[in-house]
Design a protein around this ligand. Structure first.
Ligand SMILES: C[S@@+](CC[C@H](N)C(=O)[O-])C[C@H]1O[C@@H](n2cnc3c(N)ncnc32)[C@H](O)[C@@H]1O
Length: 358
């Protein structure tokens, strides 16, 4: 039984950190929109045609109400003991300001790419053949694609601005289905891989919940892994390895859990299937796969128009096919069972299990 004082302290601490994060990133979003408007006016650019959709687009008020529900759920998970009061580890004010500067400095280039449709700047003689062609693109029109240190240091600000400061709270929803399969087991004897781990923000929350769980993070970007190493340096029982999700250098049936956040919408449909088959190979019988990615069409019908518009604003070449792809079928095709989907604001948590042998 938690004392009322302890409960109040938790709520105050949670509210103070999460509200200030939301204010910080919503503020960035506001400034970004104003700057973009000013550049258009200065350059006399014709307004780009508004992204098209004939489906409903939620009002800002509705979005904020749904975001508040996500934060309520996040706090409820903490109070239920599913994971500890989170530390977002955004860094000192100086570091935050440096990241802000990096973010704002890049906006004119992002703006130019969006206007001109230039999206393959990272596909060069130097990079060609070193990574798959689908990967060598300026996703989101960002400078450097996935390939530079600056891009890796800007990424978390960009994602949090896009999600109004809720990206970490979305990532933490992965811990709920993990707790179900880890409860009562010795964490040191378990194994988890995070695929497409990027800058390591999910791994940080996994480690806050299970500090001695052996974790390996895989990503195709050296630069993103360098940033992840910096962010995660206080944790042990952890390896970060450059590898592509289609061919993970680990033995069959070696993992108790696999996590994968915000990767699948950036993959061509065929690659999604290859990676599912790789996940099925890696999982032990009884193992669990947890994917977090964007909502798909009709998961939240009032959002359908917003989902349709998203790839018209950001370079997301595979997002439209993602919106209607059939994940339960993809899982069944490789012998995994779809357990459930749970919406988390503009994202959802998809849970799959590999059956135990009889
Ligand atoms: C949108 S980011 C998501 C990063 C992180 N999971 C998060 O929570 O923010 C996609 C990441 O997947 C990586 N990636 C994309 N395709 C990949 C592939 N086929 N294999 C491994 N990593 C990949 C990129 O380098 C990038 O770091």
């Amino acid at each position: 039984m938690v004392s009322p004082v302890a409960q109040l302290t938790t709520r105050l601490a949670y509210g103070a950190t999460q509200l200030s994060r939301v204010a910080w990133y919503v503020g960035h979003g506001e400034i970004m929109r104003r700057l973009s408007q000013r550049v258009r006016e200065r350059d006399g650019e014709k307004a780009r045609p508004k992204p098209q959709t004939d489906r409903p687009v939620p009002e800002r008020r509705r979005l904020f109400a749904d975001m508040a529900k996500l934060f309520q759920q996040d706090l409820a998970n903490v109070e239920a003991g599913i994971y500890p009061l989170p530390a977002d580890h955004d860094g000192s004010l100086l570091k935050l300001l440096r990241r802000s500067r990096l973010f704002f400095e890049d906006l004119p280039d992002v703006h130019r790419r969006r206007e001109s449709g230039e999206k393959r700047q990272v596909f060069t003689d130097e990079t060609r053949g070193k990574r798959p062609a689908y990967y060598l693109q300026n996703f989101h029109f960002q400078s450097g694609g996935w390939l530079t240190d600056d891009s890796a240091q800007r990424y978390d600000t960009q994602v949090e601005v896009l999600f109004n400061g809720s990206a970490n709270a979305i990532r933490r929803q992965v811990l709920v289905p993990l707790r179900e399969v880890f409860a009562g087991r010795d964490q040191r004897q378990l194994k988890l891989v995070d695929v497409g781990c990027g800058t390591g923000r999910l791994i940080d929350f996994i480690k806050q919940a299970w500090p001695r769980l052996p974790v390996v993070g895989f990503d195709m970007s050296d630069s993103y892994l360098t940033e992840a190493r910096r962010h995660l340096k206080r944790w042990g029982w952890l390896n970060l390895v450059v590898a592509k999700a289609e061919a993970i250098p680990l033995p069959d049936a070696s993992q108790d859990a696999i996590t994968c956040v915000f990767l699948f919408h950036e993959l061509p449909p065929k690659v999604r299937r290859k990676i599912f088959s790789e996940f099925a190979r890696l999982l032990k019988p009884g193992g669990r796969l947890v994917i977090v990615d964007s909502l798909q069409l009709n998961d939240e019908p009032d959002y359908n128009g917003m989902l349709q518009r998203f790839p018209q604003n950001y370079h997301e070449p595979y997002y439209t096919s993602y919106l209607t792809d059939n994940f339960p079928q993809m899982a069944a095709d490789v012998g995994l069972t779809h357990v459930r989907d749970v919406n988390a604001f503009v994202s959802k948590v998809m849970v799959f299990d590999k059956q135990r042998c009889n």
